[in-house]
Design a protein around this ligand. Structure first.
Ligand code: F6P
Length: 534
């Protein structure tokens, strides 16, 4: 199935993207697509109609429409865990039935959403109180999928945050919980333990620390705790009353979970109405993904561009570059979404993947990244496909001139990557600067930009809750399409387990309760150095 894409990649590896524009004046409209008010431009890549047809053939070979339908209708597509994959049900605000094992899950989903809204409203209007009165601060303790989404969204939606202050603790490093709790008043703080399983060592350790911190001042700590978890029995053991436990089913994967109870810290910060708008944006993208023909389907095209760059041309990494300071944590969020989902070396049947697994995702907001790592993107020896994104409008009308500057920088970067600067141009510039002879050649060489480096741009009107929902759902579906084409299970994460198991064996060794027998030489050496304090 990969032959055609591979042979096109070999043939077209060095083709000029600028020539493609010269040959086709309509290239921008032909290789850009809209979904509602999002615009995705992939004309600054080496994809032409022939490549696109070959990429679309990949989706046909795996029967993408059937796989997509299987996800939306609750089939157990997470085969290694025997689970359905239904985060889309969490934003199915119409409540149309979604069946799992012959049972409609929507009444429970909508009931939980109502309960979340009632609780968030009570926190926001001060009717839910702690020992010291209205809640001023909320501390969400979770990690991975129980942290990254809400952290990312609360930063992204800062202009809408008008509820209690929401803080996040994730790392087992005591410095994290210490620094977050320092300065908070336990009597007016609510702690949310966000863990699908309530067994994650980092989260449970931090929650215990927070409970002790609160117990020093608050007589009934359970009354100022809430839990977001599938493990109702575990929450009860923590003394958290059932009305403050918000559950979800095993068909919600950790990294896909912020649309339901794991999103409570978002709802507390921005309010139920804005949270519903966030869900609506995602729901709009779900509809587009289900209904739009493949040539106009934004998640499918975004996935295929990534596949062309990674599995086709062999560019192992992908930079995500939001020109939106408030999307500061989007790259980290997408790292988990993409790399925990598609960072796998075997296909669904356990056999080796015929091509590389999903890409290495990294990035930072522009313009900051420009002053850090863009040097390598422009002039390094490796090609890094870049995904730019930007809002046409900012939230600060009085700072519109800064927003214009931001957009100019975003466009300048993708233009520079495409057009580059030739040796001739660089030589001319250096001549003007007064260089000649060998020194002219040497100075000019450093100022050459090879260009022809691929990038895509996602434009959105303004970073509202609705738009954020659209963008995140777009990336979720992109990861899904990529996983289907690669033939892997995007919804398990066995690769994180071994390290967790070994950490358990190392804890008593570090505490000096056990010896290092059976450990490799390096690990034993490091343990000895830690014990010796050097
Ligand atoms: O790191 C593995 C993982 O299972 C993630 O997939 C998940 O998001 C995270 O741990 C947290 O899990 P939990 O919500 O059960 O604490």
């Amino acid at each position: 199935m990969w032959e055609q894409v591979s042979s096109l990649a070999d043939e077209l590896r060095d083709r000029s993207i600028l020539d493609l524009f010269a040959q086709d004046p309509d290239r921008f409209s032909r290789f850009s697509v809209r979904a509602d008010d999002l615009l995705f431009d992939f004309s600054k890549t080496s994809i032409d109609q022939q490549v696109l047809t070959a990429l679309i053939a990949l989706t046909e070979a795996v029967d993408l429409p059937a796989k997509r339908a299987a996800m939306f209708t609750g089939e157990k597509i997470n085969e290694t865990e025997g689970r359905a994959v239904l985060h889309t049900a969490l934003r199915n605000l119409d409540g149309t039935p979604v069946m799992v094992d012959g049972h409609d899950v929507m009444p429970e989903v909508l009931d939980t959403l109502d309960r979340m809204e009632a609780f968030a409203t009570a926190l926001r209007d001060g009717s839910f109180t702690g020992q010291g009165g209205a809640i001023t601060d909320v501390v969400n303790i979770g990690i991975g999928g129980s942290d990254l989404g809400p952290v990312m969204a609360n930063l992204a939606l800062a202009p809408y945050c008008d509820g209690p202050r929401v803080h996040f603790v994730s790392n087992v490093d005591g410095a994290h919980v210490h620094d977050v709790l320092a300065g908070l008043n336990p009597e007016t703080t609510l702690v949310i333990v966000a863990s699908k399983t309530l067994t994650t060592i980092e989260t449970m350790t931090n929650a215990e620390t927070a409970r002790k911190w609160m117990a020093a001042k608050v007589s009934d700590t359970g009354a100022q705790f809430a839990a977001l978890s599938s493990n109702a029995a575990g929450a009860a053991e923590w003394g958290i009353a059932p009305d403050r436990v918000f559950g979800f089913q095993d068909w919600v994967g950790g990294r896909y979970s912020m649309w339901g109870p794991i999103g409570l810290p978002i709802m507390i910060a921005v309010g139920p109405e804005n949270f519903r708008a966030f869900l609506s944006g995602a729901q709009a993208m779900d509809k587009h993904f289900r209904d739009a023909p493949v040539e106009e389907n934004l998640p499918v095209l975004l996935a295929l561009v990534g596949i062309w760059h990674n599995q086709g041309l062999g560019h192992a990494t992908r930079a995500v570059l939001p020109y939106e300071q408030r999307l500061l944590r989007l790259p980290a969020y997408l790292q988990q979404l993409e790399m925990e989902s598609n960072g796998k070396r075997v296909s669904m049947d356990g056999g080796p993947l015929p091509v590389d697994s999903g890409p290495i995702v990294w990035g930072e907001p522009g313009t900051n990244g420009q002053h850090a790592f863009y040097q390598l993107i422009h002039q390094g020896t490796r090609i890094v496909p870049c995904e730019f994104m930007a809002g046409i409008e900012g939230h600060e009308p009085d700072l519109a001139h800064q927003h214009d500057l931001l957009l100019a920088n975003c466009l300048a970067q993708s233009e520079a990557l495409l057009t580059g600067r030739s040796l001739e141009e660089a030589t001319g510039l250096m001549e003007q600067a007064g260089f000649e002879g060998d020194e002219l050649a040497r100075q000019a060489a450093h100022r050459v930009f090879p260009g022809n480096r691929p990038s895509t741009t996602l434009l959105y009107p303004k970073l509202t809750p609705f738009v954020l929902g659209q963008i995140v759902a777009l990336y979720e579906h992109r990861v899904f399409v990529e996983g289907v084409v690669l033939g892997i299970n995007s919804f398990d994460q066995w690769g994180v387990e071994l390290g967790k198991e070994l950490a358990k064996t190392l804890t008593p060794i570090l505490a000096g309760e056990q010896g290092t027998e059976g450990k490799d030489g390096s690990t034993a050496g490091l343990i000895a150095a830690i014990r010796a304090g050097t």
